[in-house]
Design a binder for this molecule. Structure first.
Ligand SMILES: [Ca+2]
Length: 282
């Protein structure tokens, strides 16, 4: 298997993992905690933290870390997010919109003893973060937020509502159609997410996104060709939903009202279809 294929498969796995049914649909982190935060000098920050309603991505020159929260609750003035996975890593957050404090407790520390003596980090907003950081992580940040909308759109509905959610998140130009450039952007976002999930540092991420950008665009063009039934060069929500029977993993969704879980599986299946096209390309 070529390195690219491996990466593409990892990407698909990350996306599927990300779309797995949530154990508990959390309320999400409060508005003032969300957005981009920086550690240290704004001109040359030591780390950046991207916070969405249900995720946090920590990005450093030498490594990265992704929390996708499955459960969230308040604890002594902190928001406590617990991520999925065997280690179920936790992150404590509190702030007022202009400052953010976070603490990552030791896995052995029980919830009822939090925060204990866990080290607290202090983050700030930066009006003008370094352009290189924005260039490297901008699309990824957008994809991280888009994914939550996809989960919401695909979680309770039909293939059509899921397709509409994909379209709403992918359509940059506002013509309610997905062009190959717009699909390539989604694929680059997925590549970014997979890299963060693997803990990639800045250099590894640059390499991944560089390759993903080139091959992703070629894959996106093929994808448009394969789904563009009316031949207008773009994909509509109807064209996207057209293939749900090919990609769907949940049986029995053609009739009646699918269960919420089925909707999630179907949504993941549709996205997996996008990813599989990429993985099978060349
Ligand atoms: Ca468009």
């Amino acid at each position: 298997m070529t390195p690219f294929r491996k990466r593409a498969l990892a990407m698909a796995a990350a996306l599927l993992l990300a779309c797995a049914p949530m154990a508990a649909r959390a309320q999400g982190l409060a508005e003032p905690l969300r957005g981009a935060w920086f550690l240290g000098d704004c001109a040359d920050p030591q780390a950046m933290l991207l916070v969405t309603p249900r995720a946090a991505a920590r990005l450093q020159p030498d490594s990265s870390r992704l929390f996708r929260f499955r459960a969230m609750r308040m604890l002594e003035g902190w928001s406590l997010g617990t991520a999925g996975g065997p280690m179920a890593p936790r992150l404590l957050l509190r702030g007022d919109g202009s400052r953010l404090e976070t603490a990552e407790p030791d896995p052995k520390l029980r919830d009822d003893r939090l925060p204990g003596d866990t080290a607290v980090e202090s983050w700030q907003r930066c009006a003008a973060p370094p352009a290189a950081l924005a260039a490297l992580h901008g699309e990824g940040a957008a994809f991280l937020a888009a994914l939550e909308h996809l989960e919401a759109g695909c979680g309770g509905g039909t293939a059509e509502s899921c397709a509409a959610a994909i379209l709403a998140q992918g359509d940059v130009s506002g013509d309610r159609l997905l062009s190959s450039a717009e699909i390539a952007r989604l694929l680059r976002g997925a590549a970014w997410l997979a890299a963060v999930q693997e803990g990639a540092g800045q250099e590894a991420m640059l390499a991944t996104l560089g390759l993903g950008g080139l091959t992703g665009l070629a894959a996106a063009r093929l994808l448009v060709e394969s789904l563009d039934y009316d031949g207008d060069g773009r994909i509509s929500a109807a064209e996207l939903a057209q293939d749900r029977t090919t990609f769907a993993t949940a049986p029995g969704t053609a009739e009646g009202r699918p269960l919420r879980m089925d909707g999630v599986a179907e949504g993941a299946g549709m996205l997996r279809g996008l990813m599989e096209s990429l993985a099978n390309w060349r």
